[in-house]
Design a protein around this ligand. Structure first.
Ligand SMILES: [Zn+2]
Ligand SMILES: [Zn+2]
Length: 240
């Protein structure tokens, strides 16, 4: 038995393992109940492999070369992402990382990836939440694909305006100014970076982070998210 499994087995004795989408108690070694798993349908084939949307957004404005997402941001995915963000459970990150690996394999992208990173969280939010769910996803993907994780590439420049309350056209500009290069001395020349986040909406956050990676010399950026919104206009209204 792996050490991580031993920990899970013991944790389950004190706090029963639960399905991230419906909260039903599930066996210690499962990440989701069967009912919820059956409702989650991978939609990768419906999405453009460049922009990650079913109806393309302007590719000329993208700082990433590929985008993959697994599910539409609808139930039961909404509940499962909420649990990932607030309940500290890694079940949905583990479950999704396995599926993201399969999608990366199907698109022959795994061998191209040199390192994995994630969308950073503002320090204020991190103090409140204690952890960054995007980093949790990135860690789980690293375990799946055996590539190194580097979370010291991009930082969130704590902004005064609440990003999600801005009108759509102002959102892109705000995202651009929300992220900065964490360490100028890093050199990503010739490297392909997998950039992870939980939900992909307008693409402005992924784009701003991909721009930072490009400034560090990255050759290519693959954006990966668990969920994508069906329409770009539909805003991700929950506090991210
Ligand atoms: Zn369930
Ligand atoms: Zn497209």
């Amino acid at each position: 038995m792996k050490l991580s499994d031993v920990k899970k087995y013991i944790a389950d004795l004190f706090l029963p393992n639960r399905c991230p989408a419906c909260s039903k108690v599930i066996p210690w070694d499962k990440t989701m109940c069967r009912k919820c798993r059956e409702k989650l349908i991978v939609i990768t084939d419906e999405l453009c492999s460049v922009c990650g949307k079913s109806q393309c957004i302007d590719h000329s404005k993208l700082a990433f070369e590929n985008c993959i997402a697994l599910f539409y941001y609808e139930q039961p995915c909404i509940n499962a992402i909420y649990a990932l963000k607030y309940n500290k459970g890694s079940n949905f990150a583990e479950f999704s990382a396995g599926l993201l690996r399969t999608e990366l394999e199907n698109k022959n992208l795994i061998e191209k990836i040199d390192l994995v990173t994630c969308v950073p969280m503002s320090s204020k939010k991190l103090r409140k939440r204690k952890y960054n769910q995007s980093e949790m996803i990135a860690k789980c993907i690293c375990e799946q694909i055996g590539k190194p994780l580097d979370t010291n590439l991009i930082v969130h420049a704590d902004t005064l305006v609440d990003h999600h309350k801005l009108p759509k056209n102002e959102k892109a500009d705000n995202a651009m100014s929300s992220f900065r290069i964490a360490d100028d001395s890093k050199n990503l020349k010739g490297k392909t970076v997998l950039l992870c986040d939980d939900v992909y909406t307008t693409g402005s956050t992924m784009n701003a982070c991909a721009s930072c990676l490009k400034k560090l010399g990255a050759k290519s950026v693959i954006a990966a998210a668990i969920a994508t919104t069906r329409h770009v206009e539909k805003r991700y209204d929950e506090e991210s």
